[in-house]
Design a protein around this ligand. Sequence first.
Ligand code: VGL
Ligand code: ZN
Length: 213
Amino acid sequence: MQPIPAIDPRHDVLIVTDVQNDFCPGGALAVADGDAVVPAVNALARRFEHVVVTQDWHPPGHRSFASSHPGRAPFETIELDYGPQTLWPDHCVQGTLGAALHAGLELTRAELLIRKGFRPDIDSYSVFYENDRTSPTGLAGYLRERGFARLFICGLATDYCVAWSALDARRLHFDAVVLLDACRAIDLGGSLERALQAMREAGVTLAQASELR
Ligand code: VGL
Ligand code: ZN
């Protein structure tokens, strides 16, 4: 395996995705062992000069919530105008404690907090585009203007926010490294294995934080 080129503060940025209470044990859409990423993310954040944080941020009654579709249950898939949509329990509702970043995160030095999923009718896993694949969050322009070329991605969940963000990063011609030991997955019906395969095929580097120099 090729070693990962050393961290370069001019071109590298750490992106910490959705480490929020609702994705941690006890939360509305808990990811198994989700809070285990907190110390790993904190250690990473100390090593990068530039850190961006993201937050899933839905209005009440969001269209990705099963509760917005009478007769439907969480984790079923339905067809929406922009394609298949997994229905989730109500989660990360704007302004609630569940939507807050995990209190153990030490991200004082984060330079940007980007929120996604606030359009009532479109879900958003990727930090670059909503799930219609065309409505941008603005992050690509920000990163380009700052001169960042290589993105190190960690957080929750490996098979949704992390994977979709890494795939979009490649589509947008950024280098992308996913730090798997600083991520945890939802793993719904084989979604983790599919996401890992799609990332490999798209040229995303899958690595462990311990491989960083
Ligand atoms: C996410 C499911 C629903 C994520 C967000 O950020 O991975 N997953 N909303
Ligand atoms: Zn969400």
